[in-house]
Ligand binder design. Structure first.
Ligand SMILES: [Zn+2]
Length: 461
């Protein structure tokens, strides 16, 4: 009897509360030996039924959770933190140091969710008070630091190389190693170190956004960016770049900085017209010590990589409005990245009608956004109540993805394939997750499984 009891105590139960069968909304519950941990508390974004699903009660008693671990500061991993607080969460929140600061800025910015409020009383969830409560119970550990929790659990973050502060959560329990990848970076990144190699992992819960696709050649993207900037200079136009505020903006600033410093591109005013991106850029600057060696060497050589001749931060609305008075050629970077809101749409309204101007799309444009309509070749778009004829040049550069592609995901798992008992493939569209699971099985001989939304799995540890 005693042995049986011991055996059952060593079972771990993993529930895919959300973030299985979808890219966004990461939220996983791990239970065992009298402890309950939640990994990520993300918002389900831009998918069918997504909005309503966010506001259903969590499928567990939030007041019984010991620790909520956060892998990184993207809103699809942190966006429901105010909600878990509102439901009565009393435990600790743990992340790396930069992730906490990024989350503070991102959550404060998430008030735009309130505009989608349809009887969900979001104004009672996304309050300054709930965000403050979360930050008060939020502790940080550095990469590689070990956090011991009673009942035999040890937690460590490994660098995921996805955005500043991003960490894979490694859990040691009963001599078994379980890793939640969070999102995995598209290494090598211009700024961040490569994703740390994993070894001796028993159970892996991994993302699969690009599980069924490979990225285009990333070396070409810098050349293309240079060409677009040069071309804009020659045409004496305005180059608009809709940007995602976190990581993409900082990567782009860094690449433009290197081109400006090496005089590879002609001088012209460049505006970062996004209060959120500006705040996040300050956090990147503060935590430069987490950058990769190449970037650190450039910084140590005296180059402030987020500040170069011609760069202007437009924080205030008045500054944003006055950009139009600045003579061309010029470059405007502004959010949102898919042109579904933010300051970029004001610039698009002003500049899309002139063939000398350029709109450069560097990120994924989801169906239904203004960015997607333009990318798909719309001749006329409606912006802020006005029909705008598109005469500007539209250019797209791929290769700026922050996620590993299919081949790189396979290579990543390959490093620890020998020890793996099971891989749970999550955080991807079903087709993408299933394709990756099949590939892991066929190429590496790994037992890979794609759990469904809400599914619970028990495994022996
Ligand atoms: Zn992410």
């Amino acid at each position: 009897m005693y042995n049986l009891k011991m055996q059952s105590e060593r079972d771990l139960k993993l529930t895919f509360c959300s973030g299985a069968g979808t890219v966004t909304g990461a939220n996983f519950l791990l239970e065992g030996n009298g402890k309950k941990f939640v990994i990520d508390c993300g918002l389900i974004q831009g998918e069918k039924f997504a909005d309503d699903m966010n506001w259903e009660k969590f499928p567990y008693d939030v007041s019984s959770i010991d620790i909520l671990f956060i892998t990184h500061g993207h809103i699809d991993h942190i966006g429901r933190i105010p909600k878990i607080i509102a439901e009565g969460f009393k435990g600790k929140i743990i992340s790396t140091i930069p992730t906490k600061e990024i989350a503070e800025v991102m959550l404060a910015d998430a008030t735009h969710l309130l505009s989608r409020d349809e009887g969900h009383e979001l104004d009672k969830i996304y309050t300054a008070e709930n965000i403050k409560k979360a930050l008060d119970m939020w502790e940080t550990i550095d990469y590689g630091e070990k956090l011991n929790v009673d009942h035999g659990f040890q937690f460590t973050y490994r660098d995921a190389g996805h955005i500043l502060g991003s960490g894979m959560l490694e859990i040691l329990y009963n001599n078994r190693k379980i890793v939640f990848t969070g999102d995995l970076g598209n290494s090598p990144s211009p700024l961040l170190p490569d994703t740390e190699e994993l070894k001796n992992v028993d159970y892996l819960v991994m993302e699969s956004v690009y599980g069924d696709r490979n990225h285009e050649d990333r070396d070409q993207r810098k050349d293309l960016l240079k060409k677009v900037i040069e071309d804009n200079y020659k045409r004496k136009g305005t180059l608009m770049i809709p940007v995602f505020s976190l990581e993409r903006t900082q990567e782009l600033l860094y690449e433009i900085d290197l081109m400006v410093e090496s005089k590879a591109i002609p001088k012209m005013p460049i505006f970062l017209d996004s209060p959120l991106a500006i705040k996040l850029t300050h956090i990147y600057k503060k935590y430069e010590k987490y950058f990769n060696e190449k970037a650190l060497k450039i910084i140590k050589g005296g180059d402030d990589v987020f500040d170069f001749v011609g760069l202007n931060f437009s924080e205030e609305t008045e500054q944003s409005k006055s950009i139009i008075k600045v003579p061309d050629p010029k470059i405007i970077m502004a959010g949102s990245g898919m042109s579904n809101g933010g300051r970029i749409i004001h610039h698009e309204k002003n500049y899309l009608g002139d063939p000398n101007n350029t709109l450069l799309l560097i990120g994924y444009q989801s169906v239904g956004t203004l960015g997607r309509a333009i990318l798909d070749g719309a001749k006329v778009v409606r912006i802020l109540g006005e029909d705008i004829k598109i005469k500007a040049k539209i250019v797209k550069i791929s290769g700026y993805s922050g996620h590993k592609d299919s081949d790189n995901l396979l290579e990543f798992v390959g490093k620890t394939a020998d020890s793996l008992k099971k891989v749970f493939v999550v955080m991807g569209e079903p087709r993408s997750s299933m394709f990756l699971a099949q590939k892991l099985h066929d190429n590496l001989g790994v037992d890979a499984y794609t759990p469904t939304y809400g599914e619970t799995i028990t495994f022996k540890c």
